[in-house]
Write a protein of this length. Structure first.
Length: 413
């Protein structure tokens, strides 16, 4: 008898997901991004500074750079393994995703506990590197939930919901580790337990279809980009838009200090983050819903690039505090539109249902590379090639180029 694919695990979903399922996926992504961005932006810098080591900026770059390298390797590998997982217990086969999400969350939890008591740079580096293993296992499997279970005409709305935690995770985490606790050790603990509480309900209360006896090809990371040009252009789009976001946000604190000459740049940066988040929340869900109703994705990506470019040009031409606040809202609004439809676009150009998580993992390499490349490009521009005006012009051009690259995708409207 011929072996056929399990329709629930590998077929294109047609039944709309419920609001409760979207809410649990939103919470899981919030836990993931809170556990990623809070150490990256707040806890690791403070912890390394508290060690009193020389060249703290360089050491922070080394620690986070090693984490980025881990992300590039682990994300597609974890996705490929989850695509092929057939866990069994007492003769019953379970789903292929949740076991990896749970394992990634448990590993991340343990690493955050290690970081809370890390006595030196060696253990901080090891702790954050292994934490990135857990983070990227979770990222690969949680993102795969969209093509696994969400129909195409609902993916814009769902993409908007799971895009918001990218900013909300940082804001919530920053509040927890600055208002509730004030030092890195308890900060890591509160983030660790918060992450588990947010991720666990999705793993325990949502369905995860088993593969059954479906025939799955061996793992291969060879990509036929000539045969799948839309997939290649989706990668380019995400890389350039994320690179533009990295360039535009990397040196905001220094920009407020040296260019705007704000009296309290730390508080100013917090206000900019909050305004950015407000702008993103204001557009993410609405844009996702509208793209579903219109059946179009690419026009929203193009407009997101235009709005981000306008925000960057405002900062380049008028470096004042009122303009910076307006630009923050526009940056967030543009990025919110992009996040609302980006995941939907990606899930519609995946080459094969049997490799959904692996291929999404390959797409997820793009933001990791852009985050690593951002400082390499931004530093010489600020230092030698015209300062902050040139940096924000480069931000505008990069973001716009990424948004226009989506027009090369033919299989998505």
């Amino acid at each position: 008898m011929a072996i056929t694919h399990n329709p629930a695990a590998l077929a294109e979903p047609v039944v709309p997901v419920r609001r409760s399922w979207i809410g649990l996926l939103f919470a899981a992504n919030l836990g993931l991004w809170m556990a990623f961005y809070t150490p990256l932006q707040v806890l690791l810098p403070e912890q390394i500074e508290d060690l009193g080591v020389a060249h703290k900026e360089i050491w922070l770059g080394i620690v986070t750079g090693i984490g980025a390298i881990v992300a590039v390797v682990v994300n597609p590998l974890a996705g490929a393994l989850s695509d092929r997982t057939r866990p069994r217990l007492f003769g019953r086969q379970f789903g292929r995703r949740h076991i990896w999400t749970a394992g990634g969350a448990a590993l991340l939890f343990l690493c955050l506990l290690v970081l809370a008591v890390a006595p030196n740079l060696f253990w901080i580096t090891v702790g954050w590197a292994v934490a990135n293993v857990g983070i990227n296992i979770m990222l690969a499997t949680l993102t795969s939930a969209v093509p696994d279970r969400v129909p195409v005409d609902q993916r814009g709305l769902v993409s908007g919901w799971i895009g918001m935690p990218v900013a909300l995770g940082l804001v919530l985490g920053a509040i927890l580790v600055t208002a509730v606790v004030t030092t890195p050790p308890p900060g890591y603990l509160i983030i660790a337990f918060g992450m588990i509480l947010l991720v666990a309900p999705f793993v325990l209360r949502t369905p995860d279809d088993p593969l059954g006896e479906a025939r799955i090809p061996r793992i291969s990371f060879r990509l036929d980009l000539r045969g799948n040009p839309d997939f290649a252009w989706a990668w380019v789009t995400r890389f350039l838009v994320m690179l533009g976001n990295a360039l535009g946000t990397l040196y905001l604190l220094y920009f407020l200090t040296d260019q705007v000459k704000l009296a309290d740049p730390d508080t100013g940066l917090l206000y900019m983050i909050l305004l950015y988040t407000v702008g993103m929340i204001g557009t993410a869900m609405l844009s996702g819903w509208l793209s579903d109703r219109a059946g179009k994705r690419k026009v929203f990506v193009v407009w997101s690039g235009v709005i981000i470019a306008v925000a960057a040009i405002l900062l380049a031409v008028w470096p004042t505090w009122p303009v910076a606040m307006v630009a923050s809202v526009l940056f967030g609004a543009g990025f919110g539109i992009y996040l609302a439809v980006d995941t939907a676009v990606v899930t519609q150009v995946l080459p094969a249902a049997t490799d959904r998580a692996k291929d999404i993992g390959v797409i997820n390499i793009a933001p990791s590379v852009s985050q690593a490349l951002g400082p390499v490009l931004a530093a010489p521009v600020v230092a030698y090639l015209g300062g902050y005006p040139s940096l924000f012009v480069l931000t505008a051009l990069t973001s716009l180029a990424g948004a226009l690259a989506v027009l090369k995708i033919r299989s998505v409207r």
